[in-house]
Design a protein around this ligand. Structure first.
Ligand code: UT7
Length: 335
């Protein structure tokens, strides 16, 4: 039996900064409303043609692989989490295998939205712990901006989401007291439609329906979010799943050195921080600059926290996510 450990981290965000004032020029919103309700000041949007979800993931992965001190051909397995894939099929995992020119290793696509990176990390952890793979590349990447309703009709969702990617190399660790200690995953599909993008799908709204209807006011291919309902569930599940992880390892909230919550809303992170009595130095937030980047938010935040020297050897690092599905989860790491 081995343990698993993150040995390399990387992130990529597009250069194009979109401020709240930029958004208020195309829809009825304001810097004041966005900052007060979400904490977001700006986000990044890909300029059409510059990048895709896969290309951003590849850029983040290259940095993570280099920092891990391994060669791309040492990667034994690829896991790619996104809700905004380049193609309906195939998923972006195989595109990474192609674009990084890695040998014909397995490539798995994870569809767990905001919890996608946590789910992906959990899978990587199990593969490494079982001895099946030595180095697993886990990517979270999203290109939201081209799929948002950038009119007043869509403002409740569109002002929140941003583009970007993060990646981690998960590798074998001989010391059982170090690395990923445990991961905890949950779902509650009863609320699937409360945060969803229904079309095109083979359930309710087929591509052929959209083409036949040819209705410019069709909203079904834009994301929908019942914001207040999602918010209320998020704060409860974040706290539950962090406690579950701590208890599993005989730890207390006060043992946390760095909490990296999925960057859904600064108010959610602040609520969780207060509930656990953590200081500003114990919780990492970057939603102010990037908005909510869904599956990319945790690996981007983790990379930035590490780059800023806020995560040190021996630290207890807790990752926690909640989102569409609903799905939620946590990962407890001894760095
Ligand atoms: O990452 C996955 C998990 N996601 C989350 O956890 C997100 C959870 N939810 C939230 O973060 C918040 O619910 C939002 C930020 C999405 C919305 O904030 P809220 O305080 O719940 O606002 P609301 O949806 O209740 O809307 C309040 C008002 C409404 O107007 P009326 O009906 O009171 O006249 C909205 O139409 O604010 C209006 N509104 C806006 N106004 C200006 C909604 N979006 C905007 C906007 N700019 N962008």
């Amino acid at each position: 039996m081995y343990n698993s450990k993150i040995i390399g981290l990387g992130h990529f965000v597009p250069e194009n900064v979109v401020t709240n004032d930029d958004l208020s020029k195309v829809m009825d919103t304001s810097d004041e409303w966005i900052q007060e309700r979400t904490g977001i000041q700006e986000r990044r949007h890909v300029i059409k043609g510059d990048d895709t979800t896969t290309s951003m993931g590849v850029k983040a992965a290259k940095i993570a692989i280099e920092r891990a001190g391994i060669d791309k051909d040492d990667i034994d397995f690829i896991i790619f989490a996104t809700l905004s894939p380049d193609y309906y099929f195939p998923g972006p995992g195989v595109l990474v295998q192609r674009d990084l020119d890695i040998k014909t290793v397995g490539a798995l696509d994870v569809r767990n939205q905001c919890s996608g990176f946590v789910y992906g990390l959990s899978v990587a952890d199990q593969y490494v712990k079982s001895g099946m793979y030595k180095n697993v590349l886990v990517i979270g990447s999203e290109l939201h901006s081209h799929g948002l309703d950038m009119t007043t009709r869509g403002r409740g969702v569109s002002v929140i989401f941003g583009d970007g990617a993060g990646a981690a190399v998960v590798s074998r660790e001989e010391d059982a007291s170090k690395g990923i200690l445990s991961s905890h995953l949950h779902s509650e599909g009863q609320h699937a439609e409360e945060l969803s993008l229904i079309a095109p799908g083979m359930g309710k709204r087929w591509v052929i329906d959209i083409i036949e209807d040819n209705d410019p006011n069709d909203e079904s291919y834009y994301p929908y979010m019942n914001g207040q309902f999602v918010f209320k569930n998020a704060v409860v599940r974040f706290i539950e799943v962090i406690m579950e992880g701590l208890q599993k390892n005989g730890l207390q909230p006060s043992d946390i050195d760095m909490l990296i919550p999925h960057q859904a809303n600064l108010r959610i992170s602040q609520f969780v921080q207060k509930k656990f009595g953590l200081t500003d130095n114990q919780v990492f937030n970057n939603i102010t600059h990037y908005g909510n980047t869904t599956a990319a938010s945790i690996p981007i935040a983790l990379t930035e926290a590490w780059e800023e020297g806020k995560i040190k050897d021996g630290d207890l690092v807790v990752l926690a996510a909640f989102g569409s599905g609903f799905t939620w989860g946590s990962v407890i790491i001894r760095w």
